[in-house]
Ligand binder design. Structure first.
Ligand code: DAH
Length: 352
């Protein structure tokens, strides 16, 4: 009898401990099946002495009934659990969800590269306001009164409600506001407030009243440069800009200066580099010339020095301005500037 109680306890704990229907089936077969433990017990009962047989038989029957009922109950409980589990189907062996990571915009990346190169050469990056006065954007930079860049078709003038009616015609150029058309006005702001020697770069956004196409945008980015000291010459400029181009394009790139005109420099140049796409042989990027124009530059005009309060007899300097978008397009072979501003993640994700 004691042994029977022990066996009963053992089987019950197996049933309770099973945590799947498959496992329960195996237990059922092992204990309650034809060749299971309970059948064995019945065989043992048959061999027991006659006077104990009927009592033992009753006990085994009782145990079997209890066990069968427990198996049924457990089976139902497991079925309910398995049904519920199907809805959430949590699988801890699956790889986790990878969080979506952003990446830097190609223009921020290129801008960062440009800044790093110039900083290594001793230039400090500074900023100026996006909304600028006509004085800083044009007058102080020696733009004549009738210069075409000042036209409404080229420049975005800011509506200034504080000036009304006839007043509008008398607003001074220091009060009249435009969205800066270039980063050059920051040259004046810096020279006004600092004593040479000066060595700055100015990364920033500029605005033009343009009809947008593959090479024109209503806003884009520039990087301005200015170096002022005693005895600065075109040779200093050429050395620095050649070093910069070779670092940025990672190679031995040819550089040439072509005479040009800007109101704020004298002499003025356009800087070309040999085409990195065809190595100077001629292709569609360089219009078969082998050269690509990369920036405008020149020696700071004496009037610009004067307008900033510097003595042009004592100080000389060079200045340059480059299009960040344009440099990024040349470097990465991008043929449409609008891609930078379209927000298409398929394009943006290629730069990290
Ligand atoms: N500001 C000129 C532009 O937007 C670029 C430029 C040319 C800047 C010559 C300079 C310079 O500093 O010296 O087209």
């Amino acid at each position: 009898m004691e042994k029977l109680e022990k066996v009963k306890k053992e089987i019950l704990s197996c049933i309770e401990g099973s945590d799947s229907i498959d496992e329960l089936r195996v237990i059922k077969k092992d204990y309650l099946g034809k060749k299971g433990k309970i059948s064995e017990l019945f065989k043992l009962v048959a061999k027991a002495p006659e006077e104990e047989r009927s009592e033992l038989g009753k006990k085994v029957n009782e145990i079997r009934d209890i066990l069968e009922e427990r198996v049924k109950k457990k089976e139902n409980a497991l079925k309910i659990l398995e049904e519920e589990g199907k809805g959430s189907s949590f699988d801890p062996t699956l790889p986790g969800e990878v969080p979506v990571l952003g990446n830097r915009h190609p223009l921020s990346r290129v801008s960062g590269d440009l800044i790093r190169i110039f900083e290594k050469m001793g230039f400090s990056a500074i900023e100026g306001p996006d909304m600028e006065s006509v004085w800083y954007n044009f007058d102080a930079l020696n733009f004549p009164e009738e210069h075409p860049a000042r036209e409404m078709q080229d420049t975005l003038f800011v509506k200034q409600s504080s000036f009304s009616g006839s007043e509008k015609h008398n607003i001074s150029s220091k009060e009249r506001k435009v969205m800066r058309t270039h980063t050059s006005p920051v040259q004046i702001r810096h020279m006004e407030e600092n004593e040479p020697p000066l060595r700055i770069i100015v990364p920033g956004r500029v605005y033009r009243n343009e009809t947008t196409d593959a090479t024109h945008e209503i806003n884009f980015y520039q990087l301005e440069g200015l170096m002022v000291d005693e005895g600065i010459s075109v040779a200093n400029f050429k050395a620095i800009i050649t070093d910069f181009i070779n670092q940025f394009f990672k190679g031995d790139v040819g550089v040439r200066l072509r005479p040009s005109f800007f109101p704020f420099t004298e002499p003025s140049f356009e800087v070309d580099m040999s085409c990195t796409v065809c190595s100077g042989k001629g292709c569609s990027v360089c219009s078969n010339t082998g050269w690509v124009e990369v920036l405008g530059a020149g020696m700071v005009h004496p009037n610009v020095m004067k307008n900033s309060g510097l003595d042009s007899e004592k100080w000389q300097g060079f200045a340059f301005g480059m299009g960040v978008d344009r440099l990024a397009m040349i470097k990465y072979g991008i043929d449409d500037v609008r891609l930078f501003y379209g927000g298409d993640l398929r394009f943006l994700k290629q730069f990290y």
